[in-house]
Design a protein around this ligand. Structure first.
Ligand code: HEC
Ligand code: HEC
Length: 384
């Protein structure tokens, strides 16, 4: 975290001195550069044609750019996983998975089944519904015939052992995922926290609701109530040094309906964390995602059942009003205290959505932002 914190500070400084924004990222190390080449290499699937970026694209906050399907199609047509692609950006901030005294924290995937990014990155190449390589040797052979084999050998050494080369591949990808390219902290939210931009009236109202009556921040931690009136303090956490990520790193069952769309209609019940651990008390629980770049990553939730941010907020607001929503896929262990019937008006819902729209990276403050006008924003998405 410290390294990222320092990079962030460097990126911010650079930002202050540069008119354009795309150059505002810190240089990548050799290992990260290798990881980036691997992340975008469509030759590393079997057949060729799919890279990590196919389902985790920079223009979509490093989540799936296809918003038509609730889940992602693998390189072999007609093969689908059972879950919505989360963002690979900011995933580095989830601590290693742990389960102590009945509380699960951190980990990668919606159910935490990979301890960390390196372990996660070993999965997709060999997953039959993703990049579908028959074995590690196939992946390493593709790397050996690639244009970046020299860099690979510089970082990983000459290929003598397939397992070691494969582990080094995963480590390089994880290093890239930890770089400032995926963890930019350049949203309007960050600019406002740093005193470089101002929320509109509606965004400010949305923030108050998010942190207050709508209870979102009880799970999507938002830097606490400090500076609630739109005060200062850095997006990286103000007085504390922790960055604001809008997650508690924990697992909850929101009582979401089953997604009955193609191709999920035939899928068995998804028990999430409970299925992974084999513990009934955890059935239906999924990891609280961070909300950075959330405007870029529809559809929403582990099964993509909610299509827009407005629909997400409406679900939290009205889940428990009879007749409005299909029954929960997993009715046990449901969160009842902090959601279900929040009594928000449609205008309140819109304000919360407007606030979440400020979490998109690549915000360019207007010169008027320093003054009294919060209108007329321009966004530029993070580019590779
Ligand atoms: C066919 C689409 C697809 C491809 C290709 C793919 N992923 Fe994913 N990725 C997913 C899906 C779906 C999930 C969630 C699965 C789950 O939770 O069970 C996921 C989860 C992740 C996560 C966990 C994020 C979190 O917050 O839990 C990371 C990190 C990630 N992928 C990185 C990668 C990398 C690195 C590669 C290439 C080696 C890759 N993915 C290839 C679809 C894909
Ligand atoms: C009890 C904890 C909790 C509360 C309260 C809560 N969330 Fe969530 N949120 C979660 C969890 C857990 C998920 C993932 C659930 C799943 O997919 O099964 C989630 C998912 C989301 C997503 C979708 C993220 C994605 O990548 O698909 C959005 C957007 C969101 N929440 C916004 C909000 C807003 C806005 C509020 C307040 C109105 C709120 N949340 C209140 C825990 C919570």
């Amino acid at each position: 975290m410290n390294i990222i914190g320092k990079r962030y500070a460097a990126a911010c400084l650079f930002f202050l001195f540069s008119a354009g924004f795309s150059g505002a990222q810190a240089e990548l190390t050799e290992q990260q550069t290798l990881g980036k080449l691997l992340f975008f290499d469509e030759r590393l699937s079997e057949p060729d044609g799919q890279s990590c970026a196919s389902c985790h694209h920079p223009d979509a906050g490093f989540a799936d750019p296809d918003t038509n399907l609730p889940v992602s199609e693998g390189v072999i047509p007609g093969r689908f996983g059972g879950r919505n692609s989360p963002a690979a950006a900011y995933a580095v901030f989830f601590p290693e998975f742990s389960y102590t005294n009945g509380v699960a924290i951190g980990g990668q995937f919606w159910d935490g089944r990979a301890a960390n990014l390196t372990e996660q990155a070993k999965g997709p190449f060999l997953n039959p519904v993703e990049m579908a390589n028959p074995d590690k040797a196939t992946v390493i052979a593709d790397i050996q015939s690639s244009s970046y084999i020299e860099l690979f050998e510089k970082v990983c050494g000459p290929v003598t052992d397939i397992d070691a080369a494969y582990d080094c591949t995963a480590e390089a990808i994880a290093a890239y995922e930890g770089s400032s390219e995926l963890n930019q902290f350049t949203s309007k939210f960050d600019m406002v926290m740093a005193g470089k931009a101002r929320f509109t009236r509606q965004e400010r109202r949305g923030r108050m609701l998010f942190n207050g009556r709508a209870r979102c921040s009880q799970c999507h931690l938002s830097g606490g109530m400090m500076g609630m009136g739109g005060g200062r303090g850095m997006g990286m956490g103000g007085s504390s040094s922790e960055p604001i990520l809008f997650t508690d790193f924990r697992y909850h069952n929101l009582g979401l309906p089953k997604n009955t769309e193609y191709p999920l209609e035939q899928q068995p019940i998804d028990r999430g964390l409970g299925g992974e651990l084999g513990i009934a008390a955890e059935n239906g629980k999924f990891k609280t995602p961070h909300l950075r770049n959330i405007a870029l990553t529809p559809p929403y939730m582990h099964n993509g059942v909610l299509k827009t941010l407005k629909e997400v907020v409406h679900f939290y607001n009205t889940r428990d009003i009879p007749g409005l929503w299909n029954p929960p896929e997993v009715p046990e262990n449901m969160e009842t205290r902090r959601m279900g019937n929040l009594g928000l008006s449609s205008r309140d819902e819109d304000a919360i959505v407007a606030f979440m729209m400020t979490f998109t990276d690549g915000y360019v403050p207007e010169s008027s932002d320093a003054g009294d006008n919060g209108g007329g924003h321009r966004w530029r998405h993070g580019r590779r």
